[in-house]
Design a protein around this ligand. Structure first.
Ligand SMILES: [Zn+2]
Length: 263
Protein backbone atom coordinates (compact mmCIF):
# COMPACT_ATOMS: atom_id res chain seq x y z
CA UNK A 1 0.00 0.00 0.00
CA UNK A 2 1.16 3.56 -0.66
CA UNK A 3 0.77 6.71 1.39
CA UNK A 4 -2.33 8.53 0.11
CA UNK A 5 -2.96 11.51 2.41
CA UNK A 6 -3.13 12.49 6.05
CA UNK A 7 -5.64 14.31 8.21
CA UNK A 8 -5.13 16.20 11.43
CA UNK A 9 -7.76 15.44 14.10
CA UNK A 10 -8.11 17.79 17.03
CA UNK A 11 -10.23 15.42 19.13
CA UNK A 12 -9.76 12.14 21.04
CA UNK A 13 -5.94 12.60 21.18
CA UNK A 14 -5.88 11.29 17.64
CA UNK A 15 -3.60 13.92 16.06
CA UNK A 16 -2.33 13.14 12.56
CA UNK A 17 -3.89 10.11 10.90
CA UNK A 18 -2.21 8.63 7.83
CA UNK A 19 -4.24 6.90 5.14
CA UNK A 20 -2.68 4.39 2.77
CA UNK A 21 -4.15 3.10 -0.45
CA UNK A 22 -3.80 -0.18 -2.32
CA UNK A 23 -2.38 0.37 -5.83
CA UNK A 24 -4.38 -2.51 -7.15
CA UNK A 25 -7.92 -2.05 -5.82
CA UNK A 26 -7.98 1.40 -4.22
CA UNK A 27 -8.92 0.08 -0.76
CA UNK A 28 -7.79 2.73 1.73
CA UNK A 29 -6.78 2.05 5.32
CA UNK A 30 -5.65 4.20 8.23
CA UNK A 31 -2.13 3.10 9.11
CA UNK A 32 -2.49 5.05 12.35
CA UNK A 33 -5.50 2.98 13.48
CA UNK A 34 -3.89 -0.28 12.38
CA UNK A 35 -0.88 0.44 14.58
CA UNK A 36 -2.94 1.43 17.63
CA UNK A 37 -2.81 -0.88 20.64
CA UNK A 38 -6.01 -2.80 21.43
CA UNK A 39 -6.35 -0.68 24.52
CA UNK A 40 -6.14 2.64 22.63
CA UNK A 41 -8.55 1.41 19.94
CA UNK A 42 -11.11 0.39 22.56
CA UNK A 43 -10.70 3.66 24.42
CA UNK A 44 -11.15 5.66 21.22
CA UNK A 45 -14.33 3.75 20.34
CA UNK A 46 -15.70 4.15 23.81
CA UNK A 47 -14.95 7.89 23.98
CA UNK A 48 -16.27 8.47 20.48
CA UNK A 49 -19.51 6.55 20.87
CA UNK A 50 -20.31 7.99 24.25
CA UNK A 51 -19.71 11.54 23.03
CA UNK A 52 -21.11 11.33 19.55
CA UNK A 53 -24.72 11.80 18.55
CA UNK A 54 -24.43 11.53 14.81
CA UNK A 55 -26.48 9.80 12.16
CA UNK A 56 -25.06 6.32 12.59
CA UNK A 57 -25.38 5.63 16.23
CA UNK A 58 -27.95 7.95 17.67
CA UNK A 59 -31.31 6.29 18.28
CA UNK A 60 -32.99 9.68 18.18
CA UNK A 61 -31.93 10.32 14.60
CA UNK A 62 -34.94 9.90 12.31
CA UNK A 63 -32.78 8.85 9.34
CA UNK A 64 -31.27 6.03 11.33
CA UNK A 65 -34.67 4.74 12.42
CA UNK A 66 -36.04 5.08 8.89
CA UNK A 67 -33.12 3.09 7.48
CA UNK A 68 -33.62 0.35 10.08
CA UNK A 69 -37.31 0.12 9.21
CA UNK A 70 -36.50 -0.01 5.50
CA UNK A 71 -33.83 -2.66 6.04
CA UNK A 72 -36.31 -4.75 8.06
CA UNK A 73 -38.94 -4.40 5.36
CA UNK A 74 -36.46 -5.43 2.64
CA UNK A 75 -35.27 -8.43 4.67
CA UNK A 76 -38.89 -9.50 5.17
CA UNK A 77 -39.55 -9.06 1.44
CA UNK A 78 -36.56 -11.31 0.65
CA UNK A 79 -38.04 -14.10 2.79
CA UNK A 80 -41.26 -13.84 0.78
CA UNK A 81 -39.25 -14.01 -2.45
CA UNK A 82 -37.54 -17.16 -1.16
CA UNK A 83 -34.08 -15.57 -1.17
CA UNK A 84 -33.74 -15.69 2.63
CA UNK A 85 -34.91 -18.63 4.73
CA UNK A 86 -37.07 -17.18 7.53
CA UNK A 87 -36.56 -20.29 9.67
CA UNK A 88 -32.78 -20.13 9.28
CA UNK A 89 -30.27 -19.07 11.92
CA UNK A 90 -29.65 -15.36 11.43
CA UNK A 91 -27.04 -13.13 13.06
CA UNK A 92 -26.49 -9.38 13.30
CA UNK A 93 -22.72 -9.16 13.83
CA UNK A 94 -21.55 -6.08 15.81
CA UNK A 95 -25.16 -5.08 16.25
CA UNK A 96 -24.66 -2.29 18.80
CA UNK A 97 -27.82 -2.15 20.90
CA UNK A 98 -29.58 -4.60 18.58
CA UNK A 99 -32.24 -2.31 17.18
CA UNK A 100 -32.41 -4.07 13.78
CA UNK A 101 -33.19 -7.35 15.50
CA UNK A 102 -35.86 -5.72 17.67
CA UNK A 103 -37.44 -4.06 14.63
CA UNK A 104 -37.48 -7.33 12.65
CA UNK A 105 -39.15 -9.12 15.55
CA UNK A 106 -41.71 -6.42 16.25
CA UNK A 107 -42.70 -5.62 12.67
CA UNK A 108 -42.13 -8.90 10.83
CA UNK A 109 -41.88 -11.64 13.48
CA UNK A 110 -38.41 -12.60 12.20
CA UNK A 111 -35.61 -13.79 14.49
CA UNK A 112 -32.18 -12.21 14.18
CA UNK A 113 -29.61 -13.14 16.82
CA UNK A 114 -27.52 -10.30 18.25
CA UNK A 115 -23.77 -10.24 18.76
CA UNK A 116 -21.65 -7.35 19.89
CA UNK A 117 -18.23 -7.69 21.47
CA UNK A 118 -19.03 -4.88 23.87
CA UNK A 119 -22.63 -5.85 24.79
CA UNK A 120 -22.37 -9.61 25.42
CA UNK A 121 -23.71 -9.71 28.92
CA UNK A 122 -26.98 -8.09 27.97
CA UNK A 123 -30.10 -10.23 27.57
CA UNK A 124 -30.76 -11.40 24.03
CA UNK A 125 -27.12 -11.31 22.95
CA UNK A 126 -25.10 -14.40 22.04
CA UNK A 127 -21.58 -14.92 23.41
CA UNK A 128 -18.19 -15.41 21.75
CA UNK A 129 -18.52 -19.18 22.21
CA UNK A 130 -21.69 -19.16 20.09
CA UNK A 131 -19.83 -17.69 17.11
CA UNK A 132 -19.33 -21.08 15.46
CA UNK A 133 -17.90 -20.98 11.95
CA UNK A 134 -20.30 -21.63 9.06
CA UNK A 135 -23.23 -21.92 11.48
CA UNK A 136 -25.40 -18.98 10.37
CA UNK A 137 -27.65 -19.02 7.31
CA UNK A 138 -27.66 -15.24 7.18
CA UNK A 139 -25.07 -12.87 8.67
CA UNK A 140 -25.70 -9.15 8.43
CA UNK A 141 -23.38 -6.29 9.37
CA UNK A 142 -24.48 -2.67 9.24
CA UNK A 143 -21.88 0.11 9.50
CA UNK A 144 -19.20 -2.36 10.57
CA UNK A 145 -16.87 -2.84 7.61
CA UNK A 146 -15.51 0.72 7.98
CA UNK A 147 -14.36 -0.02 11.54
CA UNK A 148 -12.07 -3.00 10.91
CA UNK A 149 -8.29 -2.63 10.95
CA UNK A 150 -7.25 -6.11 9.80
CA UNK A 151 -8.06 -8.45 6.94
CA UNK A 152 -8.72 -11.21 9.54
CA UNK A 153 -11.64 -9.17 10.90
CA UNK A 154 -13.41 -9.22 7.53
CA UNK A 155 -12.57 -12.91 7.03
CA UNK A 156 -13.93 -13.72 10.48
CA UNK A 157 -17.36 -12.24 9.75
CA UNK A 158 -17.51 -14.14 6.46
CA UNK A 159 -16.43 -17.38 8.13
CA UNK A 160 -19.67 -17.36 10.13
CA UNK A 161 -21.82 -17.64 6.99
CA UNK A 162 -22.97 -21.23 6.26
CA UNK A 163 -21.98 -23.06 3.07
CA UNK A 164 -25.14 -21.95 1.23
CA UNK A 165 -25.67 -18.87 3.38
CA UNK A 166 -26.19 -15.20 2.67
CA UNK A 167 -24.07 -12.23 3.73
CA UNK A 168 -25.80 -8.86 4.26
CA UNK A 169 -23.78 -5.63 4.15
CA UNK A 170 -24.51 -2.01 4.82
CA UNK A 171 -21.36 0.07 4.43
CA UNK A 172 -20.05 2.86 2.23
CA UNK A 173 -18.47 1.76 -1.05
CA UNK A 174 -16.94 4.25 -3.52
CA UNK A 175 -15.58 4.01 -7.01
CA UNK A 176 -12.50 5.85 -5.69
CA UNK A 177 -11.77 7.05 -2.18
CA UNK A 178 -11.28 10.84 -2.47
CA UNK A 179 -7.75 12.04 -1.71
CA UNK A 180 -9.25 14.70 0.51
CA UNK A 181 -8.86 15.26 4.27
CA UNK A 182 -12.23 17.03 4.35
CA UNK A 183 -14.14 14.02 2.96
CA UNK A 184 -17.26 13.55 5.10
CA UNK A 185 -16.60 9.87 5.77
CA UNK A 186 -13.30 10.44 7.57
CA UNK A 187 -14.47 10.07 11.16
CA UNK A 188 -12.23 9.35 14.16
CA UNK A 189 -13.41 5.71 14.29
CA UNK A 190 -13.59 4.99 10.54
CA UNK A 191 -10.42 3.28 9.40
CA UNK A 192 -11.27 1.17 6.33
CA UNK A 193 -12.66 2.56 3.08
CA UNK A 194 -13.85 0.20 0.39
CA UNK A 195 -14.07 0.54 -3.36
CA UNK A 196 -16.08 -1.41 -5.91
CA UNK A 197 -12.86 -3.18 -6.87
CA UNK A 198 -11.90 -4.12 -3.31
CA UNK A 199 -15.42 -5.40 -2.61
CA UNK A 200 -15.42 -7.39 -5.83
CA UNK A 201 -12.10 -8.97 -4.77
CA UNK A 202 -13.52 -10.01 -1.38
CA UNK A 203 -16.63 -11.30 -3.13
CA UNK A 204 -14.58 -13.58 -5.39
CA UNK A 205 -12.04 -14.64 -2.78
CA UNK A 206 -14.87 -15.69 -0.47
CA UNK A 207 -16.57 -17.70 -3.22
CA UNK A 208 -19.79 -15.73 -3.72
CA UNK A 209 -21.61 -15.96 -7.01
CA UNK A 210 -24.30 -13.24 -7.06
CA UNK A 211 -25.28 -10.11 -5.21
CA UNK A 212 -28.27 -7.82 -5.05
CA UNK A 213 -28.67 -4.27 -3.75
CA UNK A 214 -31.63 -2.25 -2.54
CA UNK A 215 -31.06 1.50 -2.73
CA UNK A 216 -33.55 2.64 -0.06
CA UNK A 217 -32.17 0.23 2.56
CA UNK A 218 -28.57 0.79 1.34
CA UNK A 219 -28.19 -2.94 1.68
CA UNK A 220 -26.27 -5.58 -0.25
CA UNK A 221 -27.03 -9.30 -0.05
CA UNK A 222 -24.34 -11.71 -1.26
CA UNK A 223 -25.26 -15.24 -2.31
CA UNK A 224 -23.08 -18.29 -2.75
CA UNK A 225 -25.31 -20.46 -4.88
CA UNK A 226 -27.89 -20.40 -7.68
CA UNK A 227 -27.11 -17.09 -9.43
CA UNK A 228 -29.59 -17.91 -12.24
CA UNK A 229 -32.40 -18.57 -9.76
CA UNK A 230 -31.63 -15.32 -7.94
CA UNK A 231 -31.58 -13.39 -11.20
CA UNK A 232 -34.94 -14.74 -12.36
CA UNK A 233 -36.47 -14.10 -8.91
CA UNK A 234 -35.20 -10.50 -8.97
CA UNK A 235 -36.48 -9.93 -12.51
CA UNK A 236 -39.96 -10.98 -11.43
CA UNK A 237 -39.76 -9.09 -8.12
CA UNK A 238 -38.90 -5.86 -9.92
CA UNK A 239 -42.14 -6.06 -11.91
CA UNK A 240 -44.23 -5.73 -8.74
CA UNK A 241 -45.92 -2.42 -7.94
CA UNK A 242 -44.97 -0.58 -4.76
CA UNK A 243 -42.55 -3.23 -3.60
CA UNK A 244 -38.78 -3.01 -3.08
CA UNK A 245 -36.66 -3.08 -6.23
CA UNK A 246 -33.27 -4.74 -6.49
CA UNK A 247 -30.15 -4.48 -8.59
CA UNK A 248 -28.60 -7.81 -9.52
CA UNK A 249 -25.15 -8.82 -10.73
CA UNK A 250 -23.30 -12.14 -10.82
CA UNK A 251 -20.46 -10.27 -9.04
CA UNK A 252 -20.34 -7.53 -6.42
CA UNK A 253 -23.10 -5.19 -7.63
CA UNK A 254 -21.62 -1.73 -8.19
CA UNK A 255 -25.22 -0.69 -8.56
CA UNK A 256 -24.85 2.79 -10.01
CA UNK A 257 -23.24 1.28 -13.10
CA UNK A 258 -25.97 -1.29 -13.61
CA UNK A 259 -28.99 -0.38 -15.74
CA UNK A 260 -31.83 0.03 -13.25
CA UNK A 261 -33.77 -3.19 -12.70
CA UNK A 262 -33.11 -4.81 -16.07
CA UNK A 263 -30.12 -7.06 -15.34
ZN1 LIG B 1 -6.11 -4.10 -2.94
Amino acid sequence: MQFYFSKEYDSFDLGKVEYYRCDCCGFTLSKTHTEMSDHSWKRLNHQYHSSYHGQETCPDDPKWIKRLNTQSMVISDLTKLGLLESKGRWLDFACGDGKLSDTLKENHDLNLLKYDKYMQKTIGFITDEALVKRSFDFVITTSVFEHFTRREDFDFVESLVSINGVLGLHTLVCEDVPQDPSWFYLLPVHCAFHTNRSMSLLFKQWGYSASIYNVEAQLWLWFKTDPEKIQSTILKANLRENRPKYFYKPDFVDYWKVIPYRQ
